[in-house]
Write a protein that binds this ligand. Structure first.
Ligand code: ATP
Ligand code: SF4
Length: 342
């Protein structure tokens, strides 16, 4: 482990203060063209009730990280190193049957595009019931059908849906309703961690806001920690307490949301924020110059250097910056802050 932050995370994993601790996690895809390091040494920690948003351009490794947290990484992907502590237990060491019991009970996913995660030929209530029954740890505590029906209705009400929705098939629901059903399934066993992977992609702006409000309410009710994955900085800013910025498989900056927006440290974060459309100034969306690197052939030194307006000739092309805490609660990897310690 190289970074101060990873060391901090490792220490906190020993305590019960955090719901989730990720320590130097690495997820690779083995492809015929070579190894893609989609998650390359990510460390972070979340306390109960915390909301962390992870942002970054397409291909920066956000979804790969989300799947790894659920231990749902599929071939050719594999977790090659690191640890994920859920309530103090390292889930990277668990066999699948044990992990299966933890999903929904301890950690749940609100997936990207619920239409693909719901079974098209099954009524909503049966999908919710299946989720519950699949993950009841003690079979003797299996609820009876009346109890299950009541539970489904309560869950639907919590996500703002009427009991009638339970009798419907996914194709009879709007995109927003499907996403609400996915949220009902995710909270059905009161997990301590919710991973929401772009929960509002493909929804219109008004529905997006409503879904985020519902997610926020559910999270508060459970005092769950939430990792929200997204690339819309504006949307995540309204939801999160902290923001982590990913670039080419690495976390390049992490800090409280307000501070990230008013004083971003990493040049990539600055560009992400500057590229946000600003209605008051009628600023045009400009995007970030250049393209994200292909993870098969990463640039030398700082992987962001070919696109960085602040790059330091010589150093940035040859030396990879360390990810470190540069001020209280502020972490970044950039040579501009070399020698600065919190
Ligand atoms: P998006 O916002 O588009 O969902 P992302 O930030 O979530 O992007 P990932 O989907 O995690 O990024 O992808 C990270 C990298 O891993 C990309 O380079 C992608 O091409 C690669 N990758 C993802 N899935 C696979 C796979 N099944 N096989 C090979 N490479 C993959
Ligand atoms: Fe830019 Fe250098 Fe900082 Fe990388 S290390 S973000 S190239 S200034």
């Amino acid at each position: 482990m190289t970074s101060l932050t990873a060391a901090t995370a490792a220490r906190s994993s020993a305590s019960s203060e955090h719901s989730l601790v990720v320590e130097d996690l690495r997820v690779h895809y083995d492809t015929p063209e070579g190894v893609i390091k989609a998650v390359d040494g990510v460390s972070l920690a979340l306390k109960p009730g915390e909301r962390l948003a992870l942002v970054g351009e397409s291909g920066s490794g956000k979804s790969t990280l989300a799947m790894a947290l659920m231990r749902l990484t599929k071939a050719p992907g594999r977790i090659v190193a690191g640890h994920i502590y859920l309530g103090g237990k390292d889930i990277t060491l668990l066999e699948e049957p044990e992990m299966r019991q933890l999903r929904l009970n301890e950690i749940a996913l609100v997936p990207q595009g619920a239409m693909n995660s719901l079974n098209p030929v099954m009524r909503v209530k049966h999908q919710i019931i299946d989720g519950i029954l699949d993950h009841v740890a003690d079979r003797k505590q299996t609820p009876d059908s009346h109890e299950l029906e009541e539970r489904v209705n309560r869950l639907l009400a919590r996500v703002g849906l009427s009991p009638e929705v339970g009798r419907m098939f996914p194709h009879e629901l709007s995109g927003g309703m499907k996403q609400r059903v996915a949220m009902a399934i995710a909270i059905s066993l009161s997990p301590r961690v919710i991973v929401a992977d772009e929960p509002t992609s493909a929804l219109d702006v008004v529905v997006q806001r409503q879904i985020m409000q519902t997610l926020g309410r559910l999270q508060q009710g459970l005092d769950a920690a939430v990792i929200l994955i997204g690339h819309d900085m504006g949307l995540v800013a309204q939801f999160a307490n902290r923001v982590g910025v990913m670039y080419a498989g690495k976390l390049v900056e992490l800090g409280p949301v307000q501070q990230i927006f008013t004083e971003p440290l990493h040049p990539y974060t600055k560009l992400l924020i500057e590229s946000l459309p600003n209605l008051e100034e009628k600023k045009k969306f400009i995007g970030i110059p250049g393209l994200p690197p292909t993870l098969l052939r990463l640039p030398s030194g700082c992987v962001f250097h070919p696109r960085c307006p602040s790059f330091i000739k010589g150093t940035c092309e040859t030396v990879a910056p360390h990810y470190q805490e540069v001020r209280p609660e502020r972490e970044t990897s950039c040579h501009l802050y070399a020698g600065v310690r919190a």
